[in-house]
Design a protein around this ligand. Sequence first.
Ligand code: FAD
Length: 291
Amino acid sequence: MRISELFRQKKAVYSFEIFPPKINDDISKIYSTLDEIRDISPDYVSVTYSAGGSKNSRTAEIADLLKNKYGTEPLAHLTCINSDKAEVAAAIERLNAIGVENILALRGDRIEGEEKHDFAYASDLIPFIKERSDADIGAACYPEGHPESKNMVEDIRNLKRKVDLGVTHLNTQLFFDNDVFLNYMEKVRLAGIDVPVQAGIMPLVKKSQFGGIVRMTGAGIPAKISRMYARFADDPQSLEDAGVAYATDQIIDLLSAGVQGIHLYIMNNARVARRITQNIKPILDRINGEV
Ligand code: FAD
């Protein structure tokens, strides 16, 4: 199903992001995660592409499994800055062959020595996909501004350019302070960007996340999270419990504010995804009129 259709059917769409196994790893490593995700039954699952420049080409393989074996709707990420036109065209063709109906068009992170110069921005990729596929095209947005942009005005102008090219929904970068997101949304709407926006939430449940991925995104860390880390960094179970509680509270507050969707960065941790889903599902279902 197209994600634009999901947004027509639901007041609050609920989805997960996963990453594919490394190219030389056994594909079956991901089966148990996919099994559990099918049980949890999110509205769709997005699959990263070459995240961190790993040249990981297994996005299509996982999207194929999701769509054609697990019956879970995939959103296939596609980046462009480190690929040439022929490589991107081949990736789109593969997604078409699988029957993928949703693609997240991304520039990708700059990796020294890897840039191919056929594409400069995600806004170059969007028309390229449109010429080759009739999938829904989503794009990324940044409640705290993209790290390379000079200011928020410029960043939102560039976002508007992507939406005007035909993007049907936006997924945000992860953030931990809901007020930052809600203020950002006012600016986005004032700029005339009317497509649905899903809030990106990453449960912080492992010590390694604090230094790595979170620092990379530049997300602001509220004092509450710093305290959580200081107290529980070396107590894995308490850190997971606290991280699940924080993400749950964040999501319920966003649902209270009328957010159109939650996109959970689950880092392939289906147990954490299940715990959070159990906490929020009764409210989510009532919002969507399912009970
Ligand atoms: P763009 O929209 O191209 O923006 C990049 C920068 O250029 C911004 O500062 C923007 O303001 C500026 N800009 C845009 N257009 C113009 C223009 N015409 N002129 C001047 N400046 C312009 N990375 C991966 O490698 N794989 C993934 O699977 C992946 N998934 C992601 C999913 C989400 C939801 C998010 C938020 C990010 C993801 N990323 C992923 C990271 C992403 O690739 C990086 O954040 C990247 O640096 C920017 O990608 P973008 O598509 O937002 O870029």
